[in-house]
Design a protein around this ligand. Structure first.
Ligand code: CU
Length: 211
């Protein structure tokens, strides 16, 4: 569930028009504003963020088996954020920090257990973090092949372990997750602002051990 914030003056109709059709593209007046990362079938995902008032849209960019992104099949929901009437709720105190880099990740404090994870983008362009736990005996390449749809049949070689959808440079957000010991991978699939290449192709993937 990628959330986009629309620039002032842009409407629900504008974003609906931009994202309809077989090849929807994200206009530059719709900025990455986070959202909970991918949820597995039957699973859940969460994010905690601060939003400014304005117009937003939530959409799913995962491709269907026919290659068409879910957003183009109607999985787009515009919504409006209005100013709070009282004090804003405090975010839970984070005990793990993931810093997004051009192009990589710094992870501090990851160990088994329940965590509030703060995700900080203090670099030059948008990034996401999508955490997966590699199945026993499986390698990063096995997981990436499965994500691309080119892996062998059978159960997926990973479990989804939380994350935060794309955020712009200078922004931050949080998610909570319950990790068990093992090997985890953190890829970013967002397109480079210059070349359009996915960040993972520019080296933005990290494997970590969670003790
Ligand atoms: Cu990135």
């Amino acid at each position: 569930m990628q959330i986009l914030k629309l620039d002032d003056g842009k409407t629900m109709q504008d974003i609906a028009a931009a994202l309809s059709g077989p090849n929807p593209s994200q206009p530059d007046w719709a900025k990455d504003a986070g959202g909970p990362s991918v949820a597995a079938p039957g699973g859940v995902s969460n994010a905690t963020q601060e939003f400014e008032p304005g117009n937003y849209a939530a959409l799913c960019l995962i491709p269907s088996p026919d290659g068409v992104p879910h957003a183009a099949k109607g999985m787009v929901k515009p919504f409006t954020v209005t100013a709070a009437e009282g004090p804003a709720a405090q975010a839970p105190e984070p005990d793990v920090t993931i810093s997004l880099k051009d192009f990589g990740f710094d992870v501090e404090g990851a160990k088994a257990g329940q965590h509030h994870v703060r995700v900080v983008n203090d670099c030059q362009q948008h990034h996401e973090v999508f955490m997966i736990k590699l199945a026993e005996g499986k390698m990063l390449d096995d997981a990436l092949a499965a994500l691309e749809g080119s892996g062998p049949p059978g159960p997926p070689p990973f479990e989804i372990a939380g994350g935060l959808q794309g955020i712009m440079a200078g922004d931050s957000g949080q998610f909570s997750a319950n990790w068990t010991p093992g090997r985890y991978a953190l890829p970013c699939f967002l397109p480079d602002v210059n070349s359009g290449a996915p960040h993972i192709a520019l080296g933005m993937v990290k494997e970590i051990a969670v003790p």
